[in-house]
Design a protein around this ligand. Structure first.
Ligand SMILES: C[C@@]1(CC(=O)O)C2=NC(=C\c3[nH]c(c(CCC(=O)O)c3CC(=O)O)Cc3[nH]c(c(CC(=O)O)c3CCC(=O)O)/C=C3\N/C(=C\2)[C@@H](CCC(=O)O)[C@]3(C)CC(=O)O)/[C@H]1CCC(=O)O
Ligand SMILES: NC(=O)c1ccc[n+]([C@@H]2O[C@H](COP(=O)([O-])OP(=O)(O)OC[C@H]3O[C@@H](n4cnc5c(N)ncnc54)[C@H](O)[C@@H]3O)[C@@H](O)[C@H]2O)c1
Length: 247
């Protein structure tokens, strides 16, 4: 029935959080754009190889090579460089080489991004904000990359300064919870309880949560209640803080 389900807009991108940890990423080119691509994939723990003549390396890419953060091949791209590669990021100042690279990637079904050439991209890059485990990507779907940068900075300036730290603490709590309640049948209860913690505690409280606090809080998983951080520390059995106490 119309109105019951989301309308399909079409024309967008599928925005995902691609897991490239330990996957082989080939970066072709060693200029400024390649330097940015390298940072993006190293931040996602990929195994990165750069192919570019040494004369074309900028200082940042030369630094990554020197520090052995990337493998390095000192020459122009050759088709055999694509053997066993999971993803290709090309940033070369040679449109013919770019097109050849993209065609080879298509034949070999390797997902590729040819910087600044939208018809030769299986995926676009976006403007990224990172704060610990939090990542926010803005895409304008090829319409206005500079505006993506402006929107991203505006979003970032409106975020609480401790949001990344709070998410990091929640991550630790969730992993502990899955250890004490590992059964798949407990999934719905786990999810409900975690949602309550996130809704009822302030970001400051989440950031302040120590390992000891986590252990005590996990004691409330079975009854399915969520005391405040203050009540938890006071050991209040109702889980509700009713102080201050006068002695
Ligand atoms: C977001 C960001 C990520 C990144 O690259 O890391 C990114 N471009 C950035 C900057 C930027 N790029 C350009 C300018 C100059 C100003 C302007 O033209 O607006 C600036 C501004 C600057 O440099 O500050 C020029 C440009 N870019 C593309 C074309 C070709 C075309 O449109 O046809 C041309 C014209 C070349 C020409 O005219 O000759 C194409 C693409 N650029 C994309 C991503 C993909 C779409 C993303 C989206 O739409 O959201 C896409 C489709 C493919 C891709 O490359 O993946 C990064 C900002 C990161 C940040 O600062 O936070
Ligand atoms: N997004 C942006 O802001 C932006 C800005 C300028 C240029 N660009 C585009 O991105 C691409 C790269 O830009 P850049 O500023 O990094 O260029 P750059 O000139 O700094 O670097 C080009 C690199 O490509 C290498 N190279 C050239 N041919 C090669 C080949 N056949 N095999 C391997 N390596 C090769 C060179 O050694 C050099 O390291 C260009 O196509 C350019 O149009 C994008």
């Amino acid at each position: 029935m119309k109105g019951q389900y989301p309308d399909i807009q079409g024309g967008g991108s599928l925005i995902l959080a691609w897991q490239v940890r330990n996957k082989k990423v080939l970066v072709i080119g060693g200029g400024e754009v390649a330097a940015g691509r390298i940072v993006n994939v190293l931040n996602a723990d990929a195994k990165v190889t750069v192919v570019s003549p040494r004369s074309g390396l900028n200082d940042e890419v030369a630094y990554r090579v020197e520090q052995k953060q990337v493998e390095y091949i000192d020459r122009k791209f050759e088709p055999s460089d694509l053997d066993d590669v999971d993803m290709v990021l090309a940033a070369v100042d040679d449109p013919e080489a770019s097109t050849q690279i993209y065609k080879l990637c298509q034949e070999k079904r390797i997902p590729a991004n040819i910087a600044d050439v939208p018809p030769e991209c299986d995926f676009y890059f976006g403007s990224i904000h990172r704060d610990g485990p939090l990542q926010i990507m803005v895409s304008t779907n090829g319409n206005g990359p500079k505006l993506a940068n402006i929107v991203r900075r505006r979003i970032a300036s409106n975020l609480p300064s401790n949001i990344g730290a709070a998410i990091q603490r929640v991550g630790i709590l969730r992993r502990k919870l899955r250890k004490i309640a590992p059964a798949p049948e407990e999934g719905p209860k786990r999810m409900q309880w975690m949602s309550k913690v996130c809704e009822q505690w302030s970001l400051d409280d989440l950031c302040d949560m120590t390992e000891d606090d986590m252990e005590s809080l996990l004691g409330f998983f079975q009854p399915g209640t969520v005391p405040s951080l203050e009540a938890l520390r006071l050991g209040d059995p109702d889980g509700v803080f009713d102080g201050p106490f006068l002695i």
